[in-house]
Design a protein around this ligand. Structure first.
Ligand code: BGP
Length: 462
């Protein structure tokens, strides 16, 4: 049975929706610097949520939403590597949180959704141990400021996606291909997660703390032993090193064994493993866009290429990890978006069932949604029936998982409004509310917004 307090909501991230990049004492993040230096479309103004948050929250309320998942921008809160706090930035999130509470919307807060202050990136970013202390200090400021108002905290949004894109694929900042640093950054993020959970417990915070993971439930192309072995390696690569580490306090030992054959793991200290073991999260936030369909590795070099260009590059994505597995992007029985994301709602049902069986912690689906190229017309609402169809199928998958015993406590559509999509710019639209980026960032709810209102108001009955 679905919980009567089920959190129906939508999600955003600070860099992707706020804009106001140089206002209110905000210092540059690594995204500002990387996109500016490379002359790429950026989120300087994004969806102008920084100025329009009241209107956005009013739309949430009118849309029947029960919760809003957003992130705090570290570069708004901490000004420099001395840890100096920016009161104006702190006040901005008080305003957002207060506005949510006033409108009966539960704030669901992410501490890090990828906008690392550039002054920390300059010191080596996530690949260096020092960042763990800086992160915990930042988290402490947030806990002290907002702790009496916020019940649901997430330490990180999608550590895997952030680290692999930045340090291995190289399509996100810092834009490098360095496996040793990839391993270090992954490890330090998971260590920072544990140290922050420790602080949360020591400060006797009310509420719960979790982690948000880019969940790719693993499926195989057949039942052969080779495929099963490839699936285990893929599961470590995609999921286990985040979820096992954060929820069970155990980094998958077979994965460490494989990495240890080729890379230097001496930076991992005994005390780090102790911290990870004893400080586990309360819930799993799972972002679900698609499964990963896996076939055995059959030779050649590793290739990690993600389609950031939409239809222009459709079919160009490739994920091959040498000696481990290959991900299939051209299954003849599947349909794919313009950006090579497979549409596979059953994967969400199976993914939830597997995660719940394995971890036995409450689950929130912290992101789910679909992107289209859409015009936002002046006169009428975008009639996004494709999105409604997609969301409906995924919500049904969640309701089926709940019926079969999984403890799922909330669902957040990505995204609240159209916003900046990392490297894809503003044309890759996910919002329930359209944004006219050329016309004062005017908000125009789409058909899906009105459809979702009925879902929220009936607690999923429609
Ligand atoms: C998730 C991120 C979000 C969001 C979403 C859609 O990985 O947490 O920040 O961007 O994916 O991805 P994209 O914008 O690349 O299509």
């Amino acid at each position: 049975m679905i919980n009567k307090n089920f959190l129906w909501g939508t999600a955003t991230a600070s860099y992707q929706c706020e804009g106001g990049w140089n206002e209110g004492g905000r210092v540059p993040s690594l995204w500002d610097v990387y996109l500016h230096e490379n002359n790429l479309e950026n989120g300087n103004d994004a969806s102008d949520h920084y100025h329009k948050y009241k209107e956005d929250i009013r739309l949430m309320k009118e849309g029947g939403h029960k919760a809003y998942r957003f992130s705090i921008a570290w570069p708004r809160i901490i000004k420099n590597d001395k840890g100096e706090v920016n009161p104006e930035g702190v006040q901005f999130y008080h305003n957002i949180i207060d506005e949510c509470l006033k409108n009966g919307i539960e704030p669901f807060v992410t501490l890090f959704h990828w906008d690392l202050p550039q002054y920390l990136e300059d010191k080596g970013g996530w690949a260096e141990r020092e960042i763990c202390d800086a992160y915990v200090e930042y988290a402490k400021v947030c806990f002290e400021e907002y702790g009496d108002k916020v019940t649901y905290w997430s330490t990180f949004n999608e550590p895997r996606y952030y680290v692999f894109s930045g340090y291995k694929i190289g399509n996100y900042p810092p834009g490098i291909d360095d496996t040793q640093k990839t391993i270090q950054a992954s490890f330090y993020m998971m260590l920072a997660n544990a140290l922050t959970v420790k602080l949360f417990r020591e400060m006797k915070m009310k509420g719960q703390i979790g982690i948000v993971h880019s969940y790719a439930p693993i499926f195989g192309v057949d039942d052969s032993l080779e495929t099963k072995i490839a699936m285990r390696k893929a599961d470590n690569y995609f999921n286990n090193w985040i979820l096992d580490t954060a929820i069970k306090g155990e980094i998958p030992i077979d994965m460490l064994g494989m990495l240890n054959e080729k890379y230097d793991l001496s930076f991992m200290q005994e005390a780090d493993f102790e911290a990870i073991k004893h400080n586990t999260v309360d819930f799993a936030g799972l972002n679900y866009y698609a499964r990963a369909l896996i076939k055995p590795y059959t030779g050649g070099e590793s290739i990690l290429r993600i389609n950031n260009k939409g239809s222009e590059a459709k079919g160009s994505s490739k994920v091959v990890v040498k000696g481990w597995f290959e991900q299939v992007f051209d299954n003849p029985d599947s349909t794919y978006t313009e950006w090579d994301t497979e549409i596979y709602p059953q994967g969400l049902y199976h993914g939830i069932m597997r995660a719940y069986e394995k971890y036995k912690v409450p689950i929130f689906i912290t992101e789910n949604g679909v992107a289209f190229y859409e015009d936002v017309p002046n006169e009428k609402s975008v009639d996004d029936q494709g999105r409604i169809h997609f969301l409906n199928a995924h919500i049904n998958a969640i309701l089926n998982a709940i019926d079969d015993g999984a403890e799922v406590l909330g669902y957040f559509i990505w995204s609240t409004m159209d916003l900046y999509s990392w490297k894809n710019g503003h044309e890759k639209r996910y919002g329930l509310v359209g944004v006219d980026f050329d016309n004062g960032f005017e908000r125009k709810p789409k058909a899906s917004y009105y459809w979702y209102k009925k879902v929220c108001e009936s607690n999923g009955a429609t």
